[in-house]
Design a protein around this ligand. Structure first.
Ligand code: NAD
Ligand code: UD1
Length: 337
């Protein structure tokens, strides 16, 4: 089977390509490298001792999508390509609607024209908005609090409408919780440009000496230690969830599925676990709350187990250990080569 992986050079994309190649799929990556480095794909080939095909292109370019699907006889698409920084989305909403919403629309049109009707889409727990009850089940009401979240919600709605009109399509909407960690060989991992917004990459950069301390955004939340609680999931577990979803798409459907562990960890728990995994100290200062943050967010991960036979396997210590190996072996990410 030939899989088109849009955004395959990015953080989750590279880890998914590794699992796809190891499972014997033919992989074609389409990426414009706006937030990634071609070296990451060389590393994927190094890890798997297999080769993949790379098309430098944009998901907003329908012609290149159609040419790629024809040329490589694509059977299914895993769609990661898009922009993902919440703060930037507030400043540049049109960029987010163009890359995430228009980009997905062009992809769907190209798929329809080429008769490719199997899609795995990268959604996010952000579509649940402020949790009304925990753990978050897939039938929790959907809402968005920023343009990034709204772009994911709009795409989800577009996919549900598409399926209503064409019930032979096979669509999995995967709602990721907080992906962290890296492949255990330390050859690929998250390579954020500029100062990371997310907790684990920031903690890792403190541990490697790039920042003096971690800013903890609020310790007055109604949580056991007052800091925010999230459902961190190892990126390799997440990647494997995509293969399980592909296997499940052997029949027409449009299904939304959480990919999380079902367990929440606080900022302080993450900081301490990272200290243990790295042997470094991670000093911190408490600042005011970050606008838009919720106190607690974690998944009900049961549907993924029931439907896909998938369950996250790695715990927080392994997430930190693998994240640290990647960070310490590659302090400048992929830019050293
Ligand atoms: P990433 O930025 O590392 O990867 C995205 C990839 O898409 C990059 O290689 C980038 O160059 C490429 N890309 C972006 N716009 C493109 C375009 N118009 N055409 C072609 N390529 C383009 O991000 P990631 O963390 O791997 O996330 C992958 C997907 O998962 C995104 O859709 C993101 O919104 C979603 N997601 C991520 C998280 C997370 O915490 N990382 C959480 C929930 C959902
Ligand atoms: C953020 C995004 C969310 C996105 C998710 C995964 C916001 C408001 N939300 O969520 O839409 O789906 O990333 O990409 O940006 N923290 C600190 N100090 C830091 C960084 C984070 O204390 O330097 C805290 C946060 O307040 C939060 C926790 O760590 O309590 C996790 O933060 P983060 O990694 O940014 O993830 P989310 O807040 O879940």
């Amino acid at each position: 089977m030939a899989i088109l992986v849009t955004g395959g050079a990015g953080y989750i994309g590279t880890h998914t390509c590794v699992e796809l190649l190891l499972a014997g799929y033919e992989v074609v990556v389409l990426d414009n490298f706006c937030n990634s480095h071609p070296t990451a794909l060389d590393r994927v080939e190094q890890i798997t001792a297999r080769s993949l095909s790379v098309v430098r292109g944009d998901v907003r370019d329908q012609a290149i999508l159609e040419a790629t699907m024809h040329h490589f006889a694509i059977d299914a698409v895993i769609h990661f390509a898009g922009l993902k920084a919440v703060g930037e989305s507030v400043e540049k909403p049109l960029d987010y609607y163009e890359n995430n919403v228009v980009g997905t629309h062009r992809l769907l049109q190209a798929m329809q024209k080429c008769g490719v009707e199997t899609l795995v889409f990268s959604s996010s727990a952000t579509v649940y908005g402020e949790p009304k009850q925990l753990p978050l089940t897939e039938d929790h009401p959907l809402s968005a609090t920023n343009p990034y979240g709204r772009s994911k919600l709009m795409v989800e709605e577009m996919l549900r409408d598409l399926w209503q009109a064409n019930t032979h399509w096979r669509i999995a909407i995967l709602r990721y919780f907080n992906p962290v960690g890296a492949h255990p060989l330390g050859l690929i991992g998250e390579d954020p440009r500029g100062v990371p917004n997310n907790l684990m990459p920031y903690v890792a950069q403190v541990a490697v000496g790039k920042h003096a301390y971690l800013n903890i955004w609020g310790n007055d939340y109604p949580t056991p230690d007052g800091t925010g609680v999230r459902d961190y999931i190892h990126v390799v577990d997440l990647a494997k969830g995509h293969l399980k979803a592909l296997a499940h798409l052997n029949a027409p459907q449009c299904t939304a599925i959480n990919l999380g562990t079902g367990v929440g960890h606080s900022v302080q728990e993450v900081r301490k676990a990272f200290e243990r995994a790295s042997g470094q100290t991670v000093p911190y200062k408490v600042s005011t709350r970050r606008q838009g943050d919720v106190a607690t967010c974690y998944a009900d991960a049961q549907l993924a187990t029931t439907l896909l036979g998938w369950k996250a396997e790695h715990d927080l210590v392994t997430m930190c250990t693998d994240h640290w190996r990647w960070q310490s072996l590659n302090p400048n990410g992929f830019s050293n080569g």
